[in-house]
Design a protein. Structure first.
Lengths: 94, 94
DNA sequence: TTATTTTGGTTTATATTGTAAACCTATTTA
DNA sequence: TAAATAGGTTTACAATATAAACCAAAATAA
């Protein structure tokens, strides 16, 4: 049984990635809305995905007000494909 | 975004359930082999699945040697279906 | 015969995760 | 000018997963 990438096998991180896979970019506020996560949790999970190079995070000041924009990397996209393949191998017949 | 049943969204428990879904019954030794889990970990996760009524566990003595046989319940089967549906909703387009 | 290992587990302890609560700075709004 | 809101980060705690230690019975080796 192939391993399920632990970085992706987490509800919130999977939700984040599944959004970013379908969109050019998304900011903190949007991700928070969509996932209904708390800001703290979201912040931490974004850090982890970013540290793994699955996403790129661009933090800037939009007129003295912070703006955090995220997009998926090629590495992240590839990790998602592999994860989905692994999942399928668990769930054949369902 | 629908919640992913936390009881199923765990590598080992998902592996166990994905085996039990396709088989009439399986014993501890077989599950241990297939999942490559440690006995302790397997024991605990079986307890959790059993407590949730996702599987039924039958412990007996086979000539003074323990035998633990598991099979999935209807509730477990249904939980798996829902879980897979929820997952799909995350992964549309992959 | 009596150690030693193996089988089939369970219990206990620990490390890792996930999550929320508290906090911070800057800006609106009352 | 006090209170609330926006956009986050940090810290602290609770839950999980996992491994290590242990146990009883049987098989194997010395």
């Amino acid at each position: 049984m192939t391993e399920l990438d632990p970085l992706l096998h987490s509800q919130l991180r999977l939700a984040i990635m599944s959004i970013l896979v379908n969109v050019d970019e998304a900011d903190f506020v949007y991700l928070k809305q969509k996932t209904e996560a708390t800001a703290g949790n979201l912040s931490i999970q974004l850090d982890k995905l970013s540290a793994a190079n699955y996403i790129a995070v661009n933090k800037s000041q939009e007129g003295s007000r912070p703006r955090t924009i995220c997009h998926i990397t090629e590495e992240g996209r590839s990790a998602m494909s592999q994860y989905v393949e692994a999942l399928r191998s668990y769930l054949t017949g369902l």
